[in-house]
Write a protein that binds this ligand. Structure first.
Ligand code: PHE
Length: 454
């Protein structure tokens, strides 16, 4: 326990935590989720979920990891012997996310290279499903323009596991210190260019136009909580693991605020960039925004290539920037996801870091090869849907109910956080976690299930 590795600097930890939070979820999940759930009106439940659940849970997870100094299963076991399973459940969800997240990053890497020649042509959908993923199914049969997803997928795993093998300070921290600032610079350039395109204002109008009736819908609230949890990486064992490497004197509460607000700022920026670009495309094609809005795989690999085709100038450059950003955002999150089970295995079985990286990462990388096929895309959709609609909000809810009500640990964690932080946690923190979030999220989930059944 004494030999636990540590982050080198406070900024290093914040970048690693923000690198985990800022990911594909910010770029391709948030804009479409907001648009489909009330547009401008979505910001109300979104902010509510951020302030009363996202950041308070982040503080709680930082406090758990920092106080009990272990991976999620070990920290939770130290908190209460009966809580260890929760840690493994989170590690399990992270493992599932890792195997498909890696495949998406691999596609982004391929598309980064395709950008050079705009290889996807005019029929971007046909290219994705017909050429790219089909060829990828038979690795030996790679065409001249399509290297297949196999090579980028191997590359993704080599980078991620290579970083993890180097450890906390020289690996994860060093990588985030390069990847995250680069990402932010690239993304700023994209957004600046996007908002000056013709049609950008129409896109932004569509994005921010509030549909207030959405607020009465439980589904919208569950979507807001789900987005916050996924995007902030809370409920996945990650933040507990990362904070277990903090030095004894570390301002937990302040770090959580910086990470939470930083992540949402990037998310908002992504929404503005994506909708400006969608507005441009709708104008070029003379259709309404509704017809071009997409999220997930469709947004990144079908719609964006079309936007890049229609770009007034420097099409290739825009492609490189966009897919480069996606790759960097994804990698820093993937590294954090894999670290959860690497750390879990290491703590539980007392094996070396090298062994647990090679075992855990090796297994995940082999399973992720399945996603490098056309059938994989189908799996991915099913899993993504399932994890996002049921897994994420539920995992967060179960975690706080257990910590607040079953193990009654909030007082201890509050004392712990206050002993090291500048910002003092008051009663509001406990009220958010033990009352507001369980009641609001619990009720909204119930309402959602009820209206879905009837
Ligand atoms: N927070 C990351 C994103 O927004 C995704 C992620 C989810 C990372 C779960 C780790 C764990 O994309």
């Amino acid at each position: 326990m004494e030999n636990r590795p540590q982050w080198g600097t406070r900024a290093g930890f914040i970048m690693a935590a923000a690198g985990s939070a800022i990911g594909l979820g910010n770029i391709w999940r948030f804009p479409a989720t907001a648009y489909e759930n009330g547009g401008g009106a979505f910001f109300l439940p979104y902010l509510f979920a951020l302030l009363t659940a996202g950041i308070p849970i982040l503080i709680m997870e930082f406090a758990i990891g920092h106080k009990y100094r272990g991976s999620s299963p070990l920290s939770l076991a130290r908190l209460n012997k009966k809580a260890e399973w929760l840690g493994w459940w989170q590690v399990g969800i992270s493992f599932i996310i890792a195997v498909y997240y890696a495949a998406i990053i691999a596609w982004a890497m391929s598309y980064f290279v395709f950008s050079l020649k705009l290889s996807w042509g005019q029929d971007t959908e046909g290219f994705l499903f017909g050429d790219y993923l089909k060829l990828a199914e038979v690795p030996g049969q790679t065409g001249s323009i399509v290297p297949g997803v196999l090579i980028p997928l191997i590359l993704v795993w080599v980078i991620a596991l290579g970083v993890l093998l180097k450890g906390i300070k020289k690996g994860i921290e060093a990588a985030n210190k390069i990847f995250l600032p680069t990402l932010i610079v690239l993304f700023f350039i994209i957004v600046l260019r996007a908002i000056t395109l013709d049609g950008a204002m129409e896109g932004l109008n569509a994005f921010f136009k509030p549909d207030w009736s959405a607020i009465a819908d439980g589904k919208v609230w569950v979507a807001a909580y789900g987005q916050i949890f996924f995007s902030l990486s809370v409920g996945f064992a990650i933040m507990i693991t990362y904070s277990s490497y903090l030095p004894k004197k570390s301002d937990l509460t302040n770090n959580a605020f910086i990470t939470g607000f930083g992540n949402s700022a990037f998310e908002l920026l992504a929404g503005i960039g994506v909708f400006s670009a969608l507005g441009f495309m709708a104008m070029q094609q003379g259709v309404s925004i509704d017809e071009v809005v997409a999220g997930g795989v469709g947004l990144a690999f079908v719609v964006f290539p079309q936007i890049i085709n229609e770009f007034p100038a420097f099409n290739q450059l825009f492609g490189l920037l966009f897919f480069g950003s996606l790759t960097l955002a994804g990698l820093t999150s993937l590294i954090s996801i894999i670290e959860t089970f690497v750390a879990g295995v290491q703590d539980k079985f007392n094996v070396s870091r090298t062994k647990s990286v090679l075992m855990g990462g090796g297994l995940a990388s082999i399973i992720s090869l399945l996603f490098a096929t056309q059938g994989g895309l189908y799996f991915l959709d099913v899993m993504d849907y399932f994890i996002n609609n049921f897994g994420v909000a539920l995992a967060g809810l179960v975690e706080i109910i257990l910590v607040a009500w079953v193990f009654r640990e909030l007082n201890n964690l509050q004392k712990h956080a206050n002993s090291v932080s500048d910002i003092m946690l008051g009663a509001w923190w406990k009220i958010c976690l033990s009352v507001i979030t369980p009641v609001v999220l619990g009720y909204m989930m119930f309402d959602n299930v009820r209206t879905n059944i009837s």
